[in-house]
Design a protein around this ligand. Sequence first.
Ligand SMILES: Nc1ncnc2c1ncn2[C@@H]1O[C@H](COP(=O)(O)OP(=O)(O)OP(=O)(O)O)[C@@H](O)[C@H]1O
Length: 242
Amino acid sequence: MVKANKSKNNVKNLKTVSINNLSHFYGKNENKKQVLNDVYLNIDKGELVLLKGPSGCGKTTLLTLIGALRTCQSGDLTVLNNQLNGASRKTRQILRRSIGMIFQGHNLLRCLTAEQNVQMGADLIKGLTYLQRREIARNWLSAVGLEEHHKKLPNDLSGGQKQRVAIARALSANPKLLLADEPTSALDSVTGREIVTLLRKLAKEQNCSVLMVTHDPRISDMADRILNMEDGKIYSAHSELI
Ligand SMILES: Nc1ncnc2c1ncn2[C@@H]1O[C@H](COP(=O)(O)OP(=O)(O)OP(=O)(O)O)[C@@H](O)[C@H]1O
């Protein structure tokens, strides 16, 4: 594999995500294991990037570091102009309000209706009344085509509908960055494509960057850029180390 130039220009303000020389380890002493190895990555505003790679290569670890869910141990990790290496718990907590997350199992609360689940996203926006937050939730449910299902509980929705609710919930918080970990893995191919088409459209409208981990080859054509990960390093689609 060809090693590409590693640009270290200060492009912080233009990028949603800027990563230089990022490494991450699990365990201690003889059990210490390196899972991210000198990762470089930039994601532009509004860009949709797909991240692929074999099981265990470090994709979820990278996603959770970018999502400020884990402490950055080594390297430079800047997300929405926040340097996360050395950042306080409070800084990470505040940053997480600007980041939407969608995971494989959609993570809806089973005891809340579709609308209430979406409203959990809108609740993160400061300074709005209950009615304003409810209206935002209804608008997002309508944007994902589920306005008629707003009173249903997750168990009464199909897999695709649940994933639409998860998208509406993530976007209703007005995120600048959306992290999605295999959001189509539980869906058939037609529904999976539909979901990513919708996600792409809504994210582009909001100028929201998306980083999506996926094994699904049927959605590759929807990405602005595809990256491959192997043994804790990221390569471009042309197998060049970035
Ligand atoms: N909390 C943890 N403690 C120790 N090892 C971990 C932990 N989380 C992940 N690992 C290990 O780190 C490596 C990378 O895991 P990670 O989940 O980031 O990979 P992945 O590419 O997302 O895999 P998959 O596609 O199967 O979800 C794996 O070998 C995994 O077993």
